[in-house]
Every structure is written in C-alpha cells, then in structure tokens.
Design a protein around this ligand. Structure first.
Ligand code: MV4
Length: 458
C-alpha cells in the first residue's frame, strides 16, 4: 500500500535527488517517504559510511571529501540526477541551494528544482536589488544609500547625510559576510577600502551599499511558503537573536515581547515582498528590530533554513512536504486565517564544537549517543553511535526542538531534553545551551543579537 498522501496526486514526483548531506538530507528523505516519493542520496567520500544513506533508495558518490569537489560540483550533481533517473532535486540549505545558475541548469536539463525560479532567486539574492524591491513593495528598509555607492567620496557624503554610525554592506554578501561599521569620516575611509576589496575578493562583485547602523537589534524573520498559482502564505516569525559570530545557536517562535501589531505588519510586509519578487517555495524574509520595536527589512533567504522546525511546530505545517508539493505544481490548500500559531517552540543547534575551547570544531567518532525524546520533544539528527563527524563540513550534528504551551514550559522541557542527550567521544555545544537557558536575560527575553557574546565575555 502506498502512503495515503500519494494517492490521487498525478502531479507528484516519483523520485527525487537530495543534493545535500547530514540532518537536512535525512529530513528530506523522511518527507519523501511519507509522500511516497523514492529518494536518491548523494555523498562524498567522507560521507560514504554515513548511516542515513541507508534510508535512501539509492546513494551515488559525487566525489572527494572537499565540498568544492563534490557537493558543490553542478556537473557531478546533475550527472547523479541523470543516473538516478529523478524528476527533481531538493538542494537543502547551504551548498547549491541559493545558486541561481544551478537552478537554471536543472531547468535546462528538464529536472525540477525544489525551490524558487532562478529569476526570483537572483532578484532577492543581490541584496541591493532585494532592498530596492522591498522599498517598491512598501516594506520598511533601514535608512541609507539609494542603491550602490560608487566611490569613497559618495560614501562620505551619504554617511554624513544619514548620520554615523553607518554599516557598509556587500550587495553579494549576506549572513554578515562583507560588512563593516564606520563611526566617523576617518573610519569610513578604511572601512570603505576593506569592504570593497573584500567584496571583490570574496564574491567577485565589488558592489557596496550603506545603511544606518542599528545598534543591538533583534533578529526576527518571517517564514513564507508560496505556490506556482500566485498564492503566498506566511507562517509567522522566528526570533534568532541568540547567535554568536553570525552563527545561530537558538531559535524560537513566537518572538518574545514582539507587539502583536508589529508581528502582523512584518508578516504582511514579507508576503508583499515575496509577491513582488514572483517568489514561490519556502523562503525567509529577515528583519532587524530595534529597541523601539521598529522593524527593517535586511535580506531574503531563498531556501529552507536550518531553523524551519520551530515554525513547523507552532503552525503544524510540514514545510519540506509543502516545498515538494509546490515544486510539483500543486496548489497549497492553506487558508492564511487558519495558520494560527499554537504554543511556543524552541530549537537548540547541537554542534560538534567545544565551547570550553573557543568553539573549536570537534569532529571525530561518536562513541555513544543517547537521543532525547518524550512529550514535546523532536530530535532531528543523522548522528548515531559509531558515526564519525567529518571535519570537512559544518559541525551540526543535530537539532533539538521542543514544543509546549508556553515559553516557560518550552524552556523547562529544553533543559530536561538537553540533559537527556548524551554524546560521548566528542565535545558539543550542549553546555553552552544550558548556560544560555539558565541566564536571566534569556528568561526575561530582554536579549538582542549581542547577548551571547556579552554573556561569554563576562
Ligand atoms: C544590520 C545590523 C545593524 N544595522 N544592518 C548581520 C547579518 C546580516 N543578515 C545582517 N546583519 C546585520 N545588519 C544594519 N543596518 C546588524 C546586523 C547584525 C546581525 C543581524 C542579525 C543577526 C545577528 C547580527 C549580528 C550582528 C550584526
């Protein structure tokens, strides 16, 4: 008997390739199983023995350990898709997920891409163009330059106009890469030199724009999902302020202390922007929120994100299944008014890093693992006893997600589950999470994006 969900769905893919690894590869395999879709996994030589590969219907090697020679090789991934005889590719997050050229190659090979179109990806992938689009859609942006800044002289003139401190951002950057703060004319000169050189070197695109620097913001993002029939829905917000050096540590939904009117305005703004960009599939519209609860658009993430489970838990919507369905051309049968957040969800990212040694990556063999469970607990992980965490990729070994009626109950369950999780053989970020969850600022939710670094400093 095929799963009930696959009956009567003539549009649906029969077989898809997952162009990713680790927990997100497993997450997609699970969604496919429930939809009655066969899966082809790919792996590098470093992942050859990874247990989750056994859960796919087929697994194909795409090259050596180095991502640039395997998971990032468009030619090899497409060859695997041809050999695997799939109708579509799910890119997961990272790797090729936001590469519009890859999405275009899929299209020209007549392979479905489980994500937005290359055109939508480009419109939001260039940060300056996304900001332009936001303004045209009536989405608040941070006061700043009207487009790219062409010279140091222009930069000084604009910075004086908007007032210091300012932030120089690379239009090809994102996630904090290629940003420089400047407090006055003098520091702007060196910030300009560094930012433009870095943008050219790192992204091959020297474009820079300037924004007023918002001090100690919160990071709040809106989850959206759209279909190819012009519908875009939002799944409310996630607060990702608990981060260190642009690496998110804890995400939660709802965002504590966010006024309901602000939440509603942000969600509506995110949907307007997605519609203006012709965006479908899953995506995230990222905002910063200042101390006065004023919100500003920052950037769009054109992929499923690591932290998507917290939105799934509070809304009851399986985002990966929805992503696959809309890529196959199905119309989402949601009603926005029926997407009502229920309770509170928190996710802790468990990384193979040693918080006692400046978060040094700690790859190696997991001698033993005991996975947490019980009421309100979800453990999304590919790690098993005997699994060797390879040193070549990001160090995420699992995501611990809890869902409870209130934030306080969610914190209590998270502490219980973190203590239940036992990983022997390698150091993990569990102790750091326990410290954060015991912190009064976290309890009072008076935190911003500088909270963890201030906590660790003193
Ligand atoms: C900002 C900002 C303050 N003012 N823009 C960093 C990542 C990138 N997505 C946007 N980022 C920021 N943009 C203005 N005009 C502060 C940050 C920022 C930040 C944002 C979200 C989460 C964590 C952060 C940590 C440091 C700085």
């Amino acid at each position: 008997m095929p799963p009930l969900e696959s009956l009567g769905r003539r549009l649906m893919f029969k077989r898809i390739l997952i162009a990713n690894r680790g927990e997100i590869a497993l997450r997609v395999i699970r969604a496919c199983r429930e939809l009655g879709i066969e899966t082809v996994a790919i792996f590098s030589e470093a992942d050859r023995d990874a247990p989750y590969l056994q859960l796919a219907d087929e697994a194909i090697c795409v090259g050596p350990a180095k991502a640039a020679d395997s998971y990032l090789r468009i030619d090899r991934v497409i060859s695997a898709a041809e050999i695997g005889n799939v109708q579509a590719i799910h890119p997961g997050y990272g790797f090729l997920s936001e590469n519009s050229h890859f999405a275009e190659v899929c299209r020209s090979c007549d392979i479905g891409f489980i994500g937005p179109t290359p055109e939508a990806m480009e419109a939001v992938g260039d940060k300056n163009s996304a900001r332009d689009l936001a303004r045209k859609a009536g989405v608040p942006t941070v006061p700043g330059s009207d487009g790219l800044v062409s010279s140091e002289q222009d930069a000084v003139r604009i910075a004086r106009e908007i007032g210091f401190p300012v932030l120089l951002k690379a239009t090809a950057g994102g996630g904090g890469k290629g940003m420089r703060v400047a407090a006055n004319d003098l520091s702007l000169t060196s910030a300009w030199q560094q930012a433009s050189a870095e943008a050219q070197a790192a992204f091959g695109n020297p474009g820079i724009y300037i924004e007023k620097y918002v001090e100690r913001p919160r990071h709040v993002e809106i989850q959206i999902i759209g279909d190819t029939h012009g519908q875009v829905f939002h799944l409310w917000e996630r607060d990702c302020s608990t981060q260190r050096r642009h690496q998110k540590l804890i995400e939660e939904s709802p965002s504590p202390r966010l006024p309901q009117a602000t939440r509603e305005a942000m969600a509506a703004a995110a949907v307007r922007l997605a519609k203006a960009a012709g965006y479908f599939s899953a995506g995230t519209v990222e905002f910063i929120v200042d101390q006065q609860d004023t919100f500003y658009f920052i950037e769009v993430n054109a992929r499923i994100q690591v932290e998507h489970p917290v939105s799934e838990m509070v809304t009851g919507i399986d985002l990966v299944k929805a992503q696959i369905r809309v890529a196959a051309g199905e119309k989402l049968d949601f009603r926005q008014e029926a997407i009502v957040p229920r309770g509170h969800a928190i996710e802790c990212r468990i990384n193979a890093e040693d918080p006692a040694a400046n978060f040094r990556p700690n790859p190696g063999r997991i001698e033993r693992i005991f996975s947490p469970g019980g009421f309100g607990v979800r453990w999304d992980s590919h790690a098993t006893t005997g699994y060797v965490v390879p040193p070549h990729y990001d160090s995420l070994i699992g995501k611990l997600i809890v869902h409870q009626p209130t934030r306080q109950a969610a914190i209590d369950t998270m502490i219980r589950a973190l203590k239940e999780l036992r990983v022997a053989g390698i150091a993990t970020t569990v102790p750091l999470h326990l410290d954060v969850l015991a912190n009064s600022a976290f309890h009072e939710a008076t935190i911003d994006t500088t909270f963890v670094e201030r906590m660790l400093a003193g």
